[in-house]
Design a protein around this ligand. Structure first.
Ligand code: AQP
Length: 332
């Protein structure tokens, strides 16, 4: 059976981008068709300046939202990265396989260095080595597929290179995984700046739809989305990024197609209205289930405890094999 692994970083409140680009596919498809593991990657949440209490809160919230989005612990494994030591054990090995140049070429690294610099903060070394930990996350489970949004495809590509390199130098150890990216909404853009990705740790609140935003807040954010001075609804990502973003969001929420939806709505106002309603409809069950789960925190904790046990049982032998292959003396 195909094994699937993916993760989500608790660096902020989860967004519509996280949901449409990743979580929805995990719940609707992956958990039914594969041996699937989904992880709140809390260690990645410490690569930029962070507040410990907030990280803990966001980790719990992200796990709760994964379940609210439809991940079923009877069908898949849901856990927290720091609960399974194998991630950090293997991460160091990956740092010994990767090169400094490879890490510095990562687009997300360059973008985050720029934003940390702009905020007057030092850049943490872990921001540079983050892709080695991400490679470890994936390779520790022998994952065949990694369902991600478009922004993470480069990191999965690097993971493939590291797996191939390790296997060639030290003997076949790792499955070489591939990224799977959704056909629509692989990169949901910021509603206020449709040339930038909708990212959960951005400062631009009005441009980001959070999964737990109140309905009237969501409506306002979508109705105020930046478009352009044109009038005709046309799907053109290059020339009309704001309108294209709305069409993609609408398509993703209604299982439609952005090109044909462009012919249905005759004004930007009508398009925004339809998009706002579609987003509300899509998020309503997630928000309702989240509320129920918050009333039963013991259930979420139990899911995570059991998930970590299952994850550990898969990862430990793979990481032990990698340790032996690279020349580390097994404990007696
Ligand atoms: N805007 C997006 N459109 C489509 N997919 C997206 N994803 C994130 N943003 C979008 C996908 O969501 C999954 C989890 O992402 P992540 O939390 O691991 O980190 P990220 O990709 O760096 O997401 P953010 O929200 O932009 O976080 P910050 O602001 O902290 O960097 C991934 O599959 C991702 O592709």
């Amino acid at each position: 059976m195909t094994r699937v692994f993916s993760g989500i970083k608790p660096t902020g409140h989860l967004t519509l981008g996280n949901y449409l680009g990743a979580m929805r596919q995990w719940a609707a498809v992956d958990q039914h068709q594969a041996d699937a593991l989904f992880c709140v990657v809390d260690l990645h949440g410490m690569t930029v300046d962070h507040d410990p209490a907030r990280l803990r809160r966001l980790t719990r919230q992200a796990a709760t939202l994964l379940l609210a989005a439809g991940l079923d612990p009877e069908l898949c494994t849901v856990f927290v990265q720091s609960h399974v030591d194998e991630h950090t054990r293997l991460s160091y090995v990956m740092e010994c396989v990767a090169t400094d140049g490879e890490m510095r070429r990562m687009i997300q690294y360059k973008e985050k260095v720029a934003s940390e610099g702009a905020r007057g903060r030092g850049v943490r070394l872990s921001l540079l080595t983050y892709p080695a930990l991400m490679a470890a996350d994936i390779l520790a489970y022998g994952a065949d597929e990694v369902p991600v949004g478009d922004d993470q495809a480069q990191h999965v590509e690097l993971t493939r290179d590291l797996a191939v390199r390790f296997n060639q130098r030290y003997g076949h150890t790792f499955v070489v995984p591939k990224a799977t990216v959704p056909a629509v909404a692989a990169r949901v853009m910021n509603l206020q700046d449709p040339t930038s990705k909708m990212g959960k740790s951005d400062d631009s609140g009005p441009g980001i739809v959070y999964l737990l935003d109140e309905p009237d807040v969501i409506r306002k954010k979508v109705m105020r989305a930046v478009t352009d001075s044109g009038r005709e609804v046309v799907y053109d990502r290059e020339e009309r990024p704001g309108v294209a973003n709305l069409l993609e969001i609408l398509a993703a929420c209604t299982d439609g197609n952005p090109e044909s939806l462009a012919t249905v709505h005759d004004s930007y106002g009508a398009l925004k209205q339809a998009t706002a309603e579609a987003v509300l409809e899509t998020l309503r069950p997630v928000q309702a289930r989240h509320k129920e789960l918050c009333a039963d925190p013991g259930y979420v904790e139990e899911v995570l405890r059991h998930g970590a046990e299952k994850a550990r049982a898969i990862a430990r032998p793979i990481v032990d094999t990698a340790y032996r292959a690279i020349g580390l003396l097994p404990p007696g």
